[in-house]
Design a protein around this ligand. Structure first.
Ligand SMILES: [Zn+2]
Length: 111
C-alpha cells in the first residue's frame, strides 16, 4: 500500500484481482475547499459558498498526482502524467475483506 503525498490517499497499486490501479488525486472536497478559503489560498466569487462553488467548478491541488500514462508509445513507457509530491510505501497489508455470497434471483422461465 502506498500513500499519496499530495492528497493523502492510500491505495494498492495492484488491486486484489491483479488489475493495476493508476491513482489520480481527486479535486478538493467541500471540507478541503473551505480550509483553503479560510487559509486565504482560494478566493471564491462574491457571496458564493463552498457548497455552491464545488457544484460549479472543480478545485485541483496545485501538486496533484496523476499516474495515468500520457501515451502508449514505446518511448518512456513507465512515465506518468504528473508526479505531484510523490508517494511513500506503507507497511500495511491490504484489508482482508470478508466474502459475502449473494444469491441471484431465479431467472423466470418463458412460457
Ligand atoms: Zn493523490
Amino acid at each position: 500500500m502506498v500513500e499519496c503525498q499530495s492528497c493523502g490517499g492510500r491505495y494498492e497499486p495492484i488491486q486484489a484481482d491483479g488489475m493495476e490501479y493508476y491513482h489520480r488525486c481527486p479535486p478538493l472536497s467541500v471540507v478541503e475547499l473551505q480550509q483553503a478559503v479560510d487559509d486565504g489560498r482560494v478566493t471564491l466569487p462574491d457571496k458564493e459558498t463552498v457548497d455552491e462553488a464545488v457544484l460549479r467548478r472543480t478545485y485541483e491541488r496545485a501538486n496533484f498526482r496523476d499516474e495515468n500514462r500520457p501515451s502508449t508509445r514505446p518511448k518512456n513507457p513507465d512515465a506518468i502524467k504528473a508526479d505531484g509530491t510523490g508517494v511513500v510505501e506503507l507497511d500495511i497489508d491490504p484489508i482482508a475483506a470478508p466474502v459475502v455470497p449473494v444469491e441471484m434471483p431465479p431467472i423466470a422461465k418463458r412460457p
